[in-house]
Design a protein around this ligand. Structure first.
Ligand code: CMX
Length: 135
């Protein structure tokens, strides 16, 4: 799969405006982008930490996956995203190894990345994402 690093950690929050204060004022990180991903019904805010990003996820609709997550489990770590050379290839390899996919094919996510999710019931309870840049 050529996983190089953790691209980002997704954290579900009720309000980016509220949560941002902790990341900026307490941790001293800088929010370098806020972007709405309409497809996923979320607003995202990004903080760079070395090679990895923290991605805050605020639901923009009551029926978004993140709204459902917060309702069921509360705010907290929502998913982990691995940087791969090729998201479609990584999804295919996972499926060949018996992992249940959420996305059969990659799609466009925040920051224009190609993304695809694996089902948390297949991955020991961790919603897992693959990301890649150039394919
Ligand atoms: N991490 C771990 N487990 C999770 C989870 C998560 N993020 N979200 C749901 N689950 C668990 C639930 O707790 C539930 O477990 P139990 O059956 O033991 O209670 C089970 O998965 C089913 O959950 P559900 O609430 O019924 O939700 P759905 O099956 O409708 O959806 C999921 C779950 C993961 C398939 C859906 O959230 C999804 O497709 N996620 C991928 C897309 C996404 O999360 N987009 C938002 C971020 C986008 C971005 O970063 O740009």
């Amino acid at each position: 799969m050529n996983i190089s690093h953790i691209e980002h950690i997704g954290i579900a929050v009720k309000s980016i405006d509220e949560a941002k204060k902790y990341y900026e004022d307490v941790l001293g990180l800088k929010c370098y982008a806020v972007e709405e991903v309409t497809d996923q019904k979320v607003k995202t805010a990004f903080f760079q930490v070395g090679q990895t990003k923290i991605e805050l996820l605020e639901p923009t609709s009551d029926d978004s996956a993140v709204a459902k997550f917060i309702e069921k489990r509360g705010e907290g770590i929502h998913h982990i995203a691995f940087n791969t050379a090729d998201t479609n290839e990584a999804l295919k390899t996972a499926e060949e190894n018996g992992i249940k996919l959420i996305d059969k094919e990659q799609r466009k996510g925040a920051e224009g990345l190609n993304i695809g999710f694996l089902h948390p019931k297949s991955t020991f309870g961790v919603l897992t994402e693959f990301c890649s840049k150039n394919n």
